[in-house]
Write a protein that binds this ligand. Structure first.
Ligand SMILES: C[S@@+](CC[C@H](N)C(=O)[O-])C[C@H]1O[C@@H](n2cnc3c(N)ncnc32)[C@H](O)[C@@H]1O
Length: 495
């Protein structure tokens, strides 16, 4: 029954689909923190502060020259513990608009299409074309009109896509390791395609070396900064707005992004679009303006996208993949039942720490495990009612099988990690750890806790097998054919 249950990585990426791969690709990464190069002095609205790096001053001057910000702008980029952030220049109340960025300063697939490389980007995936644009602008250096923006972008983040092999080894056994390797492989494949189809044939547009590392840099920038849930926009980089830092550990005051930003019409007849950012919670002058990037992302997703994790227990999740094996003699019937109930041959269940099992997980498991004396339930006569029956235990054999399969899978997954929960907890308690190691420990600890929780839940089910009411008893009761204790009366056959 091993095929009943497989554990695969999951990634609800901001702009990529989930990956199913465990293949390794070559890794090349380094330089974790933002660096500021090219010392230059520029005009800015406020007197330059002595500790403000020249790149930020130049960026600010560029934004003011372009009219994106005015002297009244209530926020300003500043150095914060998380790299660059937006710092309040005055007390800002909740819901106050802190900045507005017109469409002409956005970088999205339309920007690329209208640029010098637009004609060679036709047919590229939106994220690939924006990544190509971004790395080209970086290579263009002083000739790029986006230089002040490109110069404030970090060389990398703590996203696992930038980790060295040694750093990744701390994730041994985790789903995040598989997901990261899958993403890296996908990006490497996209780069190989891009090289063959665009970079080499159009060398005149790319008269410099463009490497896979450059592409990884651009990919990581998009992954950590692009807005993807805006109306009508597949993905868009919005200079200045992308300096917003994630509120570490959830504060109920900080609302989800959908309340914090919007695209609205501006100008004559509202023809021009403007990205507008509102302050989610009152902030005092000098403090950072913070946001929640996405309340629904797991720690693995936060680590992959942004290179950060949170200690809230709901951020810890593990994705179980269940599937109906093609070799199952009832494959067709089971698939039909799954499909009639909005599911398919495979089903993914994100199990969250300290949360109940996802709806439909137990019915799907029972369906996959259905066989033997219970197989009559797969007959077409039951097709309309079967899902309701699967919501509750079907038979001791079926329930025992799902418990065994899940518990075996948990034991096997737990044996893949190189540390125990206690060891990880001790390491975290000691503190003063490298940020990437802290991310790795948080992830593997969270995954193991979820696996342990699943195992305990099914262990309890296993111990209660004798106490459940199964399909036959329920059916007899419904028909008024059960005895006083719910037992089948001796003269009753199969129902
Ligand atoms: C949208 S950018 C924000 C601007 C960024 N701080 C910078 O220096 O350019 C997102 C990135 O900021 C950093 N970041 C944001 N919130 C953070 C947090 N709470 N803890 C650590 N790093 C954070 C991460 O590197 C993340 O990938």
């Amino acid at each position: 029954m091993a095929t009943l249950f497989t554990l695969i990585p999951s990634s609800n990426s901001t702009f990529l689909n989930p990956f199913k791969t465990t293949q390794h690709s070559k890794l090349h990464f380094a330089t974790p923190s933002p660096t500021f190069k090219n010392p230059l002095s520029i005009r800015c609205f406020r007197p330059p502060e002595t500790d403000t790096p020249p790149e930020i001053q130049k960026f600010w001057g560029w934004l003011s020259d372009k009219g994106i910000i005015s002297p009244k702008c209530p926020v300003k980029p500043g150095i914060v513990p998380e790299g660059l952030g937006l710092v309040a220049q005055k007390d800002i109340s909740r819901n106050e608009v802190v900045l507005e960025v017109p469409q002409k300063f956005w970088i999205n697939p339309d920007t690329v299409a209208a640029s010098e490389i637009g004609s060679v980007c036709n047919g590229l995936k939106p994220w690939v074309s924006v990544a190509l644009f971004l790395m080209r602008e970086k290579k263009l250096g002083n000739s790029s009109s986006w230089k002040p923006y490109i110069d404030i972008l970090p060389d990398s983040t703590n996203s696992t896509i930038y980790w060295s092999e040694e750093e990744l080894s701390e994730l041994q056994g985790s789903q995040l390791l598989n997901t990261t390797l899958g993403v890296k492989e996908l990006v490497a494949n996209e780069f190989a395609k891009l090289e063959e189809e665009v970079l080499v044939p159009h060398k005149q547009l790319f008269p410099f070396d463009v490497t896979q590392d450059d592409f990884f840099w651009a990919f990581g920038m998009l992954r950590s900064r692009a807005f993807t849930c805006l109306e009508g926009q597949s993905l868009v980089l919005i200079p200045l707005a992308d300096l917003w830092v994630q509120q570490a550990n959830h504060s109920p005051d900080i609302t989800a992004p959908k309340y914090a930003w919007e695209i609205r019409g501006a100008g004559l007849f509202s023809r021009e679009l403007v990205f507008s950012l509102r302050n989610p919670t009152p902030v005092k002058a000098g403090d950072q303006v913070l946001i929640q990037y996405d309340l629904n992302k797991s720690n693995a997703e936060l680590a992959l996208d942004y290179g950060l994790t949170e200690s809230r227990s709901e951020r810890n999740a593990y994705t179980l993949t269940l599937e109906i094996p093609e070799s199952d003699s009832f494959y067709g019937d089971k698939l039909d039942i799954a499909e009639s109930n909005g599911m398919g041959e495979s089903a993914y269940f994100d199990i969250v720490l300290e949360q109940p099992l996802p709806a439909n997980m137990l019915p799907y498991l029972r369906l996959v495990a259905l066989g033997g004396e219970d197989a009559f339930l797969l007959e077409s006569i039951f097709r309309n009612s079967i899902w309701g029956h699967l919501d509750l235990p079907i038979s001791p054999a079926n329930e025992e099988l799902i418990c065994q399969v899940i518990r075996d899978a948990c034991t096997s997954a737990l044996s893949g990690y190189s540390t125990t929960i206690a060891e990880d907890e001790k390491l975290l308690a000691e503190g003063d750890i490298d940020p990437r190691l802290e991310i790795a420990i948080t992830i593997r600890l969270g995954e193991k806790k979820v696996l342990q929780q699943i195992d305990e839940e099914f262990k309890e089910r296993e111990m209660e097998l004798g106490g459940y009411e199964y399909y036959q008893e329920r059916r007899l009761k419904d028909l008024g054919l059960a005895g006083a204790q719910g037992e089948k009366l001796p003269w009753i056959g199969e129902v």
